[in-house]
Ligand binder design. Structure first.
Ligand SMILES: [Zn+2]
Length: 428
């Protein structure tokens, strides 16, 4: 079978898994090993980065640099310095994936301007590590490898058990849609990376990256329409047909409740530190931590659900969707805007549009965001300098042609015009 990267269609199946205490222990060990390797490599590379900067002035660094380069390039060297990686519970692929992720972070640091030096992974109540499914060359279905369903009895209709690398057989549950996809879509399909995760509420998940040469779903019916969208703070977005989709701001509604829970939590933490009790042994603190985590998860789940529904609706009703290419990270640096933006989650919405468009045979296009709000959609006049439309002004009149504009609607039209111009250029 071909490699995942060479296949055309990709899909991520998220399963809730119910590991035994032995399996939980294994997951904890592999989480620890992955983080340890990642941090060891990061320390090594941060050292190397700093020394190389200073090496010109200090020739004595050369020997140390040569040693660090050697650790960096050889996995054996690394494992030899960390004996517990030879533990029988450690998945060697988890170590490989940690190294791979570390290399990716450094590659991004070198290639993408403005990215900071990669930092360390902190220990937290969450756990996760990545492993891979294995296949022989003649495998034809995703079930021919070391990940497959296990039947408890011959007549069983719906599978409840799945075998995962190293961990063995685990009971699982997932949405009907995903289950149907897994059962029906087997030929020419393989599983790539598997992420095993425990969230900070203590629930376990396995996310399987599945790739195939045949599409996972049928393409949606073509509608012959396209739309530009302008994402803003007050609503989720305004589209070029003038429709406004509001933003329920789940975060703000739950904010009070969450803030109260967090205050209690920090009081308990202070009390524990004062009595020099370890947090891990303080049962009231742990109970409150769990309550807070469950509340946070509730907020993020309802937000995710809303974004899923809205992005599906857009992809269903349009053939092409155009949005600005927003750099959410740099917007988040503006603290006055930060809470509102992270509450709306534009970044996630753009990600979902991309995924769904690809899955259902539609198109999602991002265009440069420069001056979209400042450009007149009728005559193309760009409001600059004195004419610049300030933040908070929702309606304006174009100094070029006198057209009256709604700020967000005009921006959405400009976005669509830019998208269509790009398409026309690609075609001709
Ligand atoms: Zn104009």
């Amino acid at each position: 079978m071909r490699k995942c990267a060479d296949m055309k269609y990709h899909f991520a199946a998220k399963l809730r898994i119910y590991p035994s205490s032995e399996q939980k222990h294994m997951i904890a060990v592999n989480d620890g090993a992955s983080r340890f390797v990642y941090n060891r490599m990061t320390a090594n590379d941060r050292d190397l980065h700093a020394m190389k900067k200073a090496a010109g002035m200090c020739p004595a660094y050369r020997e140390r640099i040569a040693y660090l380069e050697q650790v960096r390039s050889s996995k054996k060297e690394l494992v030899n310095t960390i004996p517990f990686l030879n533990d029988k519970n450690v998945d060697s692929l988890a170590v490989d994936n940690a190294i791979k992720n570390h290399n990716l972070a450094w590659k991004r640091f070198r290639e993408v301007p403005g990215t900071g030096v990669p930092g360390f992974h902190k220990r937290s109540y969450e756990q996760s590590y990545q492993t891979n499914a294995h296949y022989r060359k003649d495998a034809a279905s995703w079930e021919d490898g070391n990940v497959h369903f296990v039947k408890r009895s011959a007549g069983e209709q719906v599978p409840h058990l799945i075998t995962l690398p190293m961990l063995g057989t685990i009971r699982f549950r997932c949405s009907e849609k995903v289950l149907f996809m897994l059962i029906s879509h087997k030929e020419d399909t393989r599983i790539g990376t598997i992420t095993i995760r425990r969230d900070n509420c203590g629930d376990y998940y396995a996310v399987l990256q599945i790739s195939s040469d045949t599409p996972f779903t049928e393409s949606l019916r073509k509608t012959g329409t396209c739309v530009g969208i302008d994402m803003n703070l007050t609503d989720l977005y305004t589209d070029s047909d003038g429709r406004v989709i509001d933003n329920p701001k789940y975060g703000r509604g739950m904010k009070k409740k969450l803030a109260k829970a967090q205050r209690r939590l920090s009081r308990m933490k202070e009390a524990a530190i004062k009595d020099s009790r370890p947090l891990s042994g303080s049962s009231n603190y742990q109970k409150q931590r769990l309550r807070t985590a469950v509340l946070q998860r509730k907020v993020s789940r309802s937000r995710e659900d809303y974004l899923q529904v809205q992005s599906k609706r857009l992809v269903e009703s349009q053939d092409m969707i155009v949005s600005e290419d927003l750099k959410v990270k740099s917007l988040l640096r503006n603290h006055r805007l930060a809470y509102g933006i992270s509450d709306v989650s534009w970044g996630r919405f753009m990600e979902l549009l991309g995924q769904k468009a690809a899955l259902y045979g539609k198109e999602y296009l991002k265009v440069p965001a420069r001056y979209t709000t400042q450009t007149c959609s009728v005559c193309g006049f760009v409001c600059k300098g004195e004419d610049k439309i300030p933040l908070g002004v929702s309606e304006w009149v174009c100094p070029g042609c006198g057209s009256h504009h709604d700020r967000n609607h005009n921006a959405a039209v400009v976005v669509l015009q830019r998208g269509l111009a790009i398409k026309a250029m690609q075609a001709g």
